[in-house]
Design a protein around this ligand. Structure first.
Ligand code: MV4
Length: 447
């Protein structure tokens, strides 16, 4: 039974993205907004809107009682959390459950299990998914950890079990650095996550970051929509993503896809999920962590698999089945994140008023964005203004189209990452597809 009304517990482009899929399904929508977002498009485009508090996220988009109240008052029967904010809060998922509101995302148990990175890795390893060589679960004793590091050999990386995305992570290149790296990682983990558990892995130098998109249903079926190559990152912030990856051929896609599907089935995963892998220069792949949400970069998979992933999320949450026949990606897609940041000054945030705006268009160009002319970019949230997603028949065609679209794109009033993307598109390494997670640091040093 499809939902009658979905509350979108998010803002910005992803709130609009979810509203669009709801409308196409004939589902009514409720927006929630902070005082800073009164004039936002998600408020305009939803059927109803409820103010949930002041500008600061902790007082609005993270305030569970306010969001649940908004759902109860408006009679919403489901909540879509988008990405960020409460999307990976086990507590929120549980409170939705208790309030008889369907959380369009995983169960609290699943969020807890996959949020514990050491546990998630052990679970995947025990189910036959290749993982990065490392400790069996958490090691919190420094001497035991040091012995283990010596046994696998340097360099090693110490990771916060409650972390993900780079926080509470330290590399030790040799034994003399180990103790300091270990204690620093633990301290950062405690400060950031109130949990100092860490685990140890062999450090892979400059791998590629490749993730598999999966979708599970409530009957135990899991389908995969190929990979996204997210190796173009700066300080763990992705800047460009693409699908397919220039280094994944049909046979490796099948193997990695099957590994992700196996992993998801082994935990009875339901809904949209992402398996993050590191891929080394010899194309060995290793599971790193799993994300239990729709991700910012999901559109590149949508473009090459001709699938609306948010629509599928809603349908499987309502009890429908996932597709079963394997498909191949068609063409090539790239996403460029247009942030209100100044690439000339270390990507510092550049909030302010959008004085003039022109979106690119034409064949193979998609914009997911909540901005408009005269919109005030608030300083309180992340700096994503728009996602430019292009599709081309080949990778070279996607690059040419990306360049053309970025040249058409005009945003005045705030600094953006558009000029940075244009420079990357002229870089030989990027054009050749021969890049890894070390690419951006190297690229920025040369500039
Ligand atoms: C690693 C690694 C090398 N070896 N683990 C960064 C974010 C977090 N999710 C894990 N990360 C890494 N883990 C081992 N054993 C290198 C990184 C890494 C990285 C990974 C993906 C994309 C960009 C990155 C940039 C620096 C380090």
């Amino acid at each position: 039974m499809l939902f009658n009304k979905i509350l979108i517990a998010n803002r910005g482009e992803i709130a609009l993205r979810i509203i669009r899929s709801c409308k196409e399904l004939g589902i009514k929508t409720v927006a929630v907004y902070s005082l800073a977002d009164r004039d936002s498009l998600h408020v305009t485009f939803a059927d109803e809107a409820v103010c949930i508090g002041p500008a600061q996220s902790k007082d609005s988009y993270l305030k569970i009682p306010n969001i649940i109240s908004a759902a109860l008052i408006t009679g919403a029967d489901a909540i879509h959390p988008g990405y960020g904010f409460l999307s990976e809060s086990a507590n929120f998922s549980e409170i939705c459950e208790e309030s008889k509101i369907k959380f369009i995302g995983p169960s609290p148990q699943m969020i807890n299990a996959m949020g514990n990175k050491a546990f998630a890795k052990e679970t995947m390893k025990n189910n036959g998914v290749p993982v990065i060589p490392g400790s069996e679960g958490v090691i919190n004793d420094v001497n035991e950890a040091k012995d283990f590091a010596r046994s696998i050999g340097y360099p090693v990386i110490i990771k916060a079990s409650a972390g993900g995305g780079g926080k509470g992570m330290r590399i030790a290149w040799e034994e003399s650095e180990f103790e300091n790296a270990f204690q620093t990682a633990r301290g950062e983990a405690e400060a950031s996550f109130s949990n100092s558990d860490v685990y140890i892995e062999k450090y892979l130098e400059n791998p590629r970051h490749i993730e598999m998109q999966i979708m599970g249903d409530s009957f135990g079926n899991v389908y995969h929509y190929g990979e996204r190559d997210c190796s173009v990152q700066r300080r763990h912030q992705k800047l460009i993503e693409e699908s397919p990856s220039p280094v994944i051929d049909e046979s490796l896609r099948k193997i990695m896809g099957e590994a992700a599907v196996l992993g998801a089935k082994s935990v009875n995963y339901e809904g949209a999920g992402t398996f993050e892998f590191l891929v080394d220069a010899h194309k060995n792949f290793y599971f790193m962590e799993m994300n239990t949400r729709i991700q910012v970069e999901h559109p590149v998979s949508e473009m090459v698999y001709d699938v609306d992933l948010v629509r599928q999320q809603i349908l499987v949450a309502a009890g429908e089945k996932v597709e079963t026949l394997p498909r191949k990606p068609v063409g090539h897609s790239m996403e460029f994140r247009i942030n209100a940041e100044d690439p000339e000054h270390n990507f510092r945030p550049s909030p302010g008023r959008i004085e003039s705006l022109h979106f690119p268009g034409g064949f193979g160009v998609r914009i997911d964005s909540h901005i408009y002319q005269s919109y005030q970019v608030p300083p309180f949230y992340d700096s994503l203004l728009a996602k430019l997603i292009v599709w081309g028949k080949t990778r070279n065609h996607a690059i040419a189209r990306g360049r053309r679209a970025l040249e058409e794109f005009t945003i005045e009033g705030v600094k953006t990452t558009i000029p940075f993307h244009l420079k990357v598109l002229d870089d030989e390494r990027f054009i050749s597809g021969n890049f890894d997670t070390g690419f951006i640091d190297n690229f920025l040093t040369k500039q």
